[in-house]
Design a protein around this ligand. Structure first.
Ligand SMILES: [Zn+2]
Ligand SMILES: [Zn+2]
Length: 355
């Protein structure tokens, strides 16, 4: 036990052949620095990144490893140089916990693109300590990577905003989602459902693309103006040159995924932005130059603290609430398996149960 009454224990992967069989394990946190905030975790959302990491889809991981990067909890300790937080504050941490804070990306509020960005789990601090995620009792992070949660937003709602919410808020904001704009969303899971909620809250007209008929009523209730069944042949034809922004949350592509059909729906200078990150061996389908003649293609990774605060303010002002299912943290294996099998509606949030 540390002198500050927080013990660091988490549901850890110890054997990659049993990817969702996680065992409570103690771990060493990062060395506490003057700019650091220590947080007793109360909630953590379950993200597709957790599945890609545990199944070794993005490469071999460190062991033991605790994943989870949609964290909310209470501040238990702050370093001498911390200005923004005090013990007792309710805060969140997302998919990154550090970066150089000196480079152009860090200085221009693009810190998630810092070449020295440190992920919340499965990375190493410069001193060699491995970062461990939020399916755990506590975490330490630099205050730049800690976000204050407004009183009006419940912790269970704020948790999944820290990665899923921010990951789609950032490109929507960057590429001008708002009144008069038409926003398409491919794939209505955890990220996609947030893209629908935020784009509506920003005042855009929303087109949701799904092949899952069982989700149609939900998606309309989330506020989508149009739900397009991608199982119907030529679904894209009536929408040629319509969309200003198309956010893709897909994290699996086949060689015959009709990406060119999706791109054909973009208006001139429309943006196709992927936020889904498939396994390392899963490339995008082959495209021809003709396929993106009028549009721009790009990607987006998490978001900045500035954007996170704007997102939380939008959620507070408009009362945006994610669609979540809560479970105790000991059910993490069950939640991960259901997420991998696309059964979640639309995000699992785990509540603390490590004694
Ligand atoms: Zn995530
Ligand atoms: Zn940097």
């Amino acid at each position: 036990m540390s002198p500050h009454n927080v013990e660091f224990k988490g549901y850890a992967l110890t054997d990659p052949s049993k990817w969702n069989d996680l065992k409570v394990t103690s771990f060493q946190p990062k060395t506490f620095q003057p700019e650091d905030v220590e947080i007793a975790i109360t909630h953590c959302g379950v993200c597709g990144s957790d599945v890609h990491t545990l199944t070794q889809g993005w490469g071999d991981t460190k062991l033991p490893l605790v994943v989870g990067h949609e964290i909310v909890g209470k501040v238990t300790r702050v370093g001498d140089k911390v200005t923004e937080f005090k013990p007792g504050d309710r805060v969140g941490v997302g998919a990154a916990v550090g970066s150089c804070l000196q480079c152009r990306a860090c200085k221009e509020d693009y810190e998630s693109y810092c070449p020295k960005s440190i992920s919340t789990y499965n990375e190493q601090y410069p001193d060699g300590i491995v970062t461990q995620g939020g399916f755990s009792s506590a975490i330490r992070a630099h205050e730049r990577y800690v976000f204050p949660i407004p009183d009006e937003i419940e912790s269970r709602h704020a948790a999944s905003m820290m990665c899923a919410g921010l990951t789609v808020f950032s490109p929507l904001k960057t590429h001008g989602a708002g009144p008069g704009k038409k926003v398409g969303v491919m794939g209505i899971g955890g990220l996609g459902h947030y893209a629908v909620l935020w784009a509506k809250a920003m005042g855009a007209e929303v087109y949701a693309f799904t092949h899952d008929k069982s989700k149609v009523d939900d998606i309309k209730e989330m506020g989508a103006d149009h739900v397009v069944d991608t199982g119907i042949k030529d679904f894209h034809k009536d929408l040629a040159r319509t969309l200003d922004i198309l956010i893709s949350t897909r994290d699996v592509f086949q060689e015959d995924t009709p990406l060119n059909d999706y791109l054909s729906m973009l208006f001139v200078h429309g943006r196709f932005i992927t936020v889904g990150l498939p396994d390392s061996n899963n490339s995008l389908p082959t495209l021809h130059a003709f396929d993106f003649l009028p549009c721009l293609m790009g990607g987006s990774k998490i978001g900045s603290k500035k954007e996170c605060l704007e997102m939380l303010e939008l959620a507070r002002a408009k009362g945006v609430k994610p669609w979540i299912e809560e479970m105790p943290m000991r059910d993490v294996g069950k939640a991960l398996k259901a997420l991998k099998e696309n059964e979640v509606r639309y995000r699992y949030v785990l509540t603390q149960d490590i004694m």
